[in-house]
Design a protein around this ligand. Structure first.
Ligand SMILES: Cc1cc2nc3c(=O)[nH]c(=O)nc-3n(C[C@H](O)[C@H](O)[C@H](O)COP(=O)(O)OP(=O)(O)OC[C@H]3O[C@@H](n4cnc5c(N)ncnc54)[C@H](O)[C@@H]3O)c2cc1C
Length: 242
């Protein structure tokens, strides 16, 4: 398969970057083709703006998503976006590789999502969840953090990690139609003895060899909703009460 790793860490010698290198080695050893978008190294521009469009459907008022659609169709989207979009459309699996920043992705990665996951190709109209543009592709988060695993357990002080990252897992990847694999997390990374960090890399390599055995996260099917996206069961229930 073709794998795209979207990587965001400002330090090339960081542990998170070691994880990214580990992913490239492991996946290539399995015969997969791996593309890496190293956002800091590319000096990726994360700011969505009018400068992203070579032509304008409405020059007086910027509706970003609408111009995305028009400019992609007209081949007039900014070249940096076009290059990333080509990789995204070509791949079977996207791995987002990052250190957790404020329970989210680093801003530079958020800017990749805003600019590259364009309306018209990735989502738009009722093209979301199981009708999303990324249907048939898989996606996964692979990240590091400072906190310990038990801090993010069901009774942990911060609550469950997947709930913290729901905006990515469901609001972005699930919404776009990806099959979302369970995340790989390296906890407490800066504070561990070296051998425990080395063990995380070994666990990550092993994880990447077993992707087909992972149970994807569950998201809604639009079959359960009517044309206005009201839950069908509820609509039927209400009409029974009338
Ligand atoms: C703005 C910001 C917000 C943050 N928000 C959160 C948050 O919400 N929740 C949270 O839990 N944490 C948070 N953190 C902490 C952050 O997530 C962690 O510091 C980060 O994930 C650690 O990963 P790293 O790659 O930066 O580690 P690094 O500091 O780069 O590496 C740690 C150590 O690993 C060593 N190392 C590098 N490569 C290897 C290798 N191959 N083998 C063994 N050791 C290696 C390095 O030399 C270093 O000593 C935040 C940090 C910042 C800056």
């Amino acid at each position: 398969m073709k794998v795209l790793i979207v990587h965001a860490h400002p330090e090339p010698q960081s542990f998170t970057t070691s994880m990214q290198h580990c992913a490239v080695r492991t996946l290539e050893a399995q015969g997969h083709e791996v593309m890496v978008s190293d956002l800091y190294a590319m000096n990726w521009n994360p700011v969505a703006s009018a400068a992203d469009f070579g032509m304008r459907r409405n020059a007086d008022y910027l509706v970003y998503a609408l111009e995305q659609r028009e400019n992609v169709s007209a081949d007039a989207i900014a070249p940096d976006i076009a290059a990333e979009l080509e990789k995204l459309l070509a791949c079977d699996l996207v791995i987002f590789s990052f250190p957790l920043f404020w329970c989210s992705v680093p801003a530079i990665m958020k800017g990749w999502i805003d600019r590259v996951m364009v309306s018209g190709k990735v989502y738009g109209g009722v093209r979301f969840y199981d009708r999303g543009g990324m249907r048939g592709k898989r996606a996964m988060l692979a990240y590091t953090c400072g906190g310990r695993d038990f801090m993010f357990g069901p009774n942990g002080v911060h609550g469950e990690m997947d709930l913290m990252l729901r905006h990515m897992l469901r609001g972005t990847l699930g919404y776009a139609g990806f099959e979302v694999l369970p995340s790989f997390v390296g906890y407490h990374v800066p504070y561990l003895p070296n051998e425990e960090r080395v063990a995380i890399l070994a666990r990550y390599a092993d994880y990447l060899t077993k992707l087909d055995q992972l149970q994807p996260l569950a998201f809604p099917t639009l079959d359960d909703f009517d044309t206005e996206m009201r839950p069908r069961a509820r609509v039927e229930q209400l009409s029974e009460q009338d």
